[in-house]
Design a protein around this ligand. Structure first.
Ligand code: NAD
Ligand code: DAU
Length: 372
């Protein structure tokens, strides 16, 4: 698409969505960005602090389960581009309470597609161009064994958790709107992200917070499970490439070429925290409960706990298509991306404490006018 776009970012107050909004508004400053987010436990307006004052930005507190708020936002803002991040995203939660995943990830995605069809395809005042970009996951492909080739876009879907199944359903819905109604869509399926603003329930931020506060580091099973880690900015660049250069109707895998066993991640994290405390005496004052503050090894907190039900053993992304067609290449390796993440967590204790106890809401109401 050419010219300034009017972009609706669903789930823009979550981890990847907020990083994407910052990335996009820096790179395309004349685009209008409207964030639609229900502010669940995982959505924090504090994540969007750096864009809150921009004229081109607006926040809408709304749920994708509410067709009226979607339709109203699309109409009022003359939206021509949707980047769809909003989802329930945590596998453990989907094992305990799958219903919310079906609601948001399946019904919510369908609501957005219905609204997009109404405004972009069935309307007399439809924009000249439109694009629906759907952000999905490698988990739709199921699990790999030790010698299996990495997931390609041709790998058959075999989702194993309620989360993965709900994302698979949403991928199929997006595909069907292209095939049946001619909607201009793209989809990206991505591996495990990490970086600033990730809610401390996911492996890396949870382990950092627990290590700094002297709590156990719970490794599921024997810790041999493998994930393919991708720094969040590399994911944002990948989405940008798919949206601007990708074939309409196509799906692209985005990965980090960074397969790590969970136990190796946790051990690496422990030694990086020990090294950070050794290099900066102030950290022992700031985090007195951390083993590293008492001359002990962070590794002493590691404990092996009962495995996740249905725990997928290995994910690995083959991003050859995105590399060859779009020129995609991740810029951070795990060491550099992890150091950026650890430094950010050390410097933003206020953020992680506030999002974990919900007090960021008070912080936002002190700093910003009422939500729209
Ligand atoms: P997140 O849980 O951090 O954020 C989700 C956001 O969606 C939150 O701001 C939340 O308030 C919002 N939301 C949830 N339900 C909503 C609803 N009904 N209406 C409106 N907003 C709602 O998630 P994330 O890790 O940033 O993931 C974003 C997207 O990327 C998801 O679609 C996820 O499936 C996909 N993804 C994530 C990863 C990863 O490693 N985190 C990897 C691949 C794909
Ligand atoms: O692969 C992409 C997916 O990555 C995304 O689609 C999901 O939204 C995202 O949550 C993530 O799913 P995972 O289940 O892989 O991420 P999580 O951080 O929950 O766990 C990573 C690995 O670490 C996994 O093998 C389970 C393990 N783990 C996790 C936690 C929270 C532990 O061993 N201990 C823990 O406390």
């Amino acid at each position: 698409m050419t010219g300034a776009r009017k972009v609706l970012v669903t789930g823009g107050a979550g981890f990847i969505g907020a990083n994407f909004v910052r990335y996009w508004s820096d790179k395309y400053p004349s685009d209008r960005i409207v964030v639609l987010d229900a502010l669940t436990y995982a959505g924090n307006r504090a994540n969007l602090e750096s864009v809150e004052d921009r004229d081109t930005y607006r926040f809408v507190h709304g749920n994708i389960l509410d067709p009226a708020v979607i339709g109203d936002t699309m109409q009022r803002e003359a939206i021509d581009t949707i980047v769809h991040f909003a989802a329930e995203s945590h596998v453990d939660r989907s094992i305990h309470e799958p219903d919310a995943f079906i609601q948001t990830n399946v019904i919510g995605t369908n609501n957005l597609l219905m609204a997009a069809r109404k405004h972009w395809i069935d309307s007399d005042s439809a924009p000249a161009n439109h694009l629906f970009h759907h952000v999905s996951t490698d988990e739709v492909y199921g699990t790999l064994g030790p010698g299996d080739p990495a997931f390609t876009e041709q790998t058959l879907y075999a989702p194993n958790s309620p989360y993965a199944a709900s994302k698979a359903a949403s991928d199929h819905l997006v595909r069907s709107y292209h095939h049946t109604f001619g909607m201009q869509v793209t989809t990206s399926n991505c591996s495990n992200n990490y970086g600033p603003y990730q809610f401390p329930e996911k492996l890396i931020p949870l382990m950092i917070v627990n290590a700094l506060t002297g709590k156990a580091l719970p490794v599921y099973g024997d810790g041999s499970n493998i994930r393919d880690w991708l720094y969040v900015d590399d994911h944002c660049r990948g989405i940008d490439l798919v949206m601007n250069k990708g074939r309409v109707g196509a799906t692209y895998n985005i990965g980090g070429n960074n397969e790590w066993r969970n136990i190796d991640i946790v051990n690496q994290l422990c030694s990086s925290i020990d090294a950070a405390f050794a290099a900066n005496e102030q950290l022992a004052v700031q985090f007195p409960q951390a083993p590293a503050a008492k001359g002990q090894k962070t590794e002493s907190l590691v404990c092996f706990v009962a495995d996740r039900l249905g725990h997928d053993w290995r994910y690995a992304i083959d991003a050859t298509l995105a590399e060859s067609e779009l020129g995609y290449k991740p810029e951070e390796d795990f060491e550099s991306g992890f150091q950026l993440t650890l430094n950010w967590m050390l410097q933003n204790e206020g953020w992680w404490r506030a999002v974990m106890d919900g007090s960021y809401r008070d912080w936002i109401s002190r700093n910003y006018s009422a939500e729209s």
